[in-house]
Design a binder for this molecule. Structure first.
Ligand code: GDP
Ligand code: MG
Length: 357
């Protein structure tokens, strides 16, 4: 089935507003575990905005798209776990096929996590490739370090048994009154970046003071939206070959406008030649791999690595990142060397591909 060729092709619950199939972060946890607080912390949106932005998708599951004005990621919240009379089977099935990464949210001061472990075990049995991250909330609520460590170990061991393998885990405080738990959130963002780059890149927080990086942060969502289109439009082999380069050209055009540099033939040629052999060769290699992944669907399923959609996404993101760098430096009158640009491209490609796991 085409749909199973690569992870990125799973359909979100309410498919279809725009052209992008959003990467979906599924939050699984009891009522009160901190799921809504987590969405607030990761997106920087207010409680109220998030409360109003949630859309129902099944009887007890709902979704929140971010950013609201041009969604690039979808949070899925299954409510009701742990409540009397709640029967999770329907929700689990509906969400499983539509999600790309699972956040298992447990509060450290709540030892009763049986329902969550059971749900996780069902999900792991049905989809052995589902990536999951354990998010332990309420760090501030268990103040004794030994007791906290014990709670962390106990819950982690339980979820490891349920998933059949160890999950990457973070403990954090989402206390409303306190300062943001920067360290905990950064650790979670790092795990998200590894598990689902399309979401991780959007939700990461740059604290760089480098002027070029600061400028890029303003245009990153633009690049991510083109990369998302590439991820989605690469569904069919023939369409993919045509649509991805066209998407990338459109992106380069928009970046030019945003950086106030006109892509005339001279600048375009200079960029391409600076990207030069390095990107040319890299691009060709990627393209070969892409076609291979499409011709041999089993490759994408079993290797779980460089799938067609993931590579289109990473290639487009990396080209956008390199172009932004080139445009910035050109607008400052000091275009980068081939060596520098190659480094920017390669780093962006690495960060945006989920190959490296
Ligand atoms: N002190 C503290 N309170 C938390 C933490 N996480 C969640 N809460 C509180 O627990 C309550 C339920 O959180 P909420 O995010 O609505 O949970 P949800 O039902 O999973 O969406 C809210 O009052 C939160 O402020 C935490 O890490 N520390
Ligand atoms: Mg909630």
């Amino acid at each position: 089935m085409l749909n199973r060729i690569f992870r990125g092709s799973k359909r979100p619950p309410t498919a279809g507003k725009g052209e992008i199939e959003l990467p979906v972060i599924w939050m699984l946890g009891k009522t009160g575990a901190g799921k809504s607080s987590l969405v607030c912390a990761l997106t920087g949106q207010s409680d109220a905005a998030i409360g109003n932005g949630f859309q129902p998708c099944t009887r007890s599951a709902r979704s929140y798209d971010f950013p609201p004005e041009q969604p690039l990621v979808r949070f899925l919240d299954t409510r009701g776990l742990g409540e009397a009379g709640y029967e999770p089977a329907e929700d689990l099935e509906a969400c499983r096929d539509r999600s790309h990464v699972l956040l298992v949210v447990c509060r450290l001061d709540d030892p009763v996590q049986g329902m969550v472990a059971d749900a996780l075990s069902d999900i792991a049995r049905a989809d052995g490739r589902m990536r999951a991250i354990l998010v332990l909330t309420g760090k501030d609520l268990v103040t004794d370090p030994e007791a906290r460590e014990r709670a962390e170990r106990t819950i982690a061991a339980r979820m490891t048994r349920a998933a059949g393998h160890e999950l990457p885990a973070v403990s954090l405080s989402l206390a409303p009154s306190e300062d943001t738990d920067v360290e905990g959130l950064d650790a979670l963002r790092q795990h998200l970046l590894e598990a689902l780059p399309a979401a991780g890149l959007l939700l990461e927080k740059s604290r760089s003071s480098d002027a070029e990086q600061v400028e890029f942060e303003k245009h990153k969502r633009c690049v991510l939206s083109y990369a998302g289109v590439a991820l989605t439009s690469d569904l069919a082999p023939v369409v993919g070959m045509v649509a991805v380069p066209a998407t990338q050209l459109k992106m380069l055009h928009e970046l030019g406008l945003r950086y106030g540099v006109k892509w005339d033939r001279k600048i375009g040629a200079a960029f391409l030649s600076t990207m030069g052999l390095s990107v040319g060769a890299r691009y060709a290699t990627n393209f070969g791999l892409r076609e291979l992944a499409k011709l041999i669907p089993v490759y994408g399923q079993t290797a779980g690595a460089a799938t067609a959609g993931a590579i289109s996404f990473a290639t487009t993101y990396a080209i956008g990142r390199a172009a932004a760098y080139y445009l910035y430096r050109s607008s400052q009158g000091s275009p980068p060397s081939e060596e520098e640009l190659r480094r920017v491209y390669q780093r962006a490609f690495r960060r945006s591909s989920d190959e490296a796991d």
